[in-house]
Design a protein around this ligand. Sequence first.
Ligand code: P6P
Length: 335
Amino acid sequence: MKRKTLSRYLIEQQREHNNIPADLRLLIEVVARACKHISHAVSRGVLGDILGNAGTDNIQGEAQKKLDILSNEILLEANEWGGHLAGMASEEMEHMYEIPNRFPKGEYLLVYDPLDGSSNIDINVTVGTIFSVLKKPEQTSGAVTEADFLQKGTEQVAAGYAIYGPQTLLVLTTGFGTHCFTLDAELGSWVLTQEHMRIPSSTAEYSINASNQRHWAPPMQTYFSELLAGEAGPRKKNYNMRWVASMVADVHRILTRGGVFLYPADARTPDRAGKLRLMYEANPMAMLVEQAGGSATNGNIRILDILPETLHQRVAVFMGSNEEVDRVTRYHQHS
Ligand code: P6P
């Protein structure tokens, strides 16, 4: 059976759901093409002279890898001229990116983490690109401002990630399920390889950086101790643990076989709601997870219902199999 290309899938989705107008299809295709470029750059490793630190820090105060900067530039250059965007924002840039006046402007806002998990780059472990698509607010007539990006995750019209692992995959939702495309590197095409990914409601696998355990709040301590207690404890089953320290890899595993991803707030940074960023990590992943039948909260409310206050706002993240997300959220709500 001949597999569908990304373009054919998007065109057929538009016919069926009338939810992917030409400019949004162009945006998704351009981002997908940029991810092919990033995948190639990542795979070059030492040969591409792009490993290691760039010698600069991003707005998060994190050392930037050369590939963080290169990936960001690839996405900027691929998208700025197409006429489909009103603006872009990135983990690697303090402020939003205005489309240069020499190019036409469109209706969409692209928010992304160009290379998530980049601390894994130098050890050849899976990394990825996460992106979120919003519409420019109706009431904004002239140039967009950062305030125009501060929309709830429920406003996303598309979300996805590319994962640069043993295979290069693109996982995408436009509001009608979460679907997976595999890069056919010989043809340079993204081909549909899994429609309607589903997260089982129950799981025996959790994903957390347990080295932070002593810094967690009581509800998280209780939930985690019950996981560790296994079948002798109140959960009456043994759990397995996985932590890649690359959100794209951990969430992809959960979309593929279930599980729960946990990154709680901790006492070391009481001024921060968590480590992960709302606009370009938690929100797109939450949309993908919910579209696959899972759930995603910050321990109190649905991640997609959080009204952002700042572009690089951080959030606690609990997402994946419903039974686990419901329980850990309940423990926080009743604390
Ligand atoms: P830690 C990568 O830096 C990242 O933003 C996510 O991709 C990943 O899940 C998390 O941080 C890893 O955090 O504290 O375990 O290094």
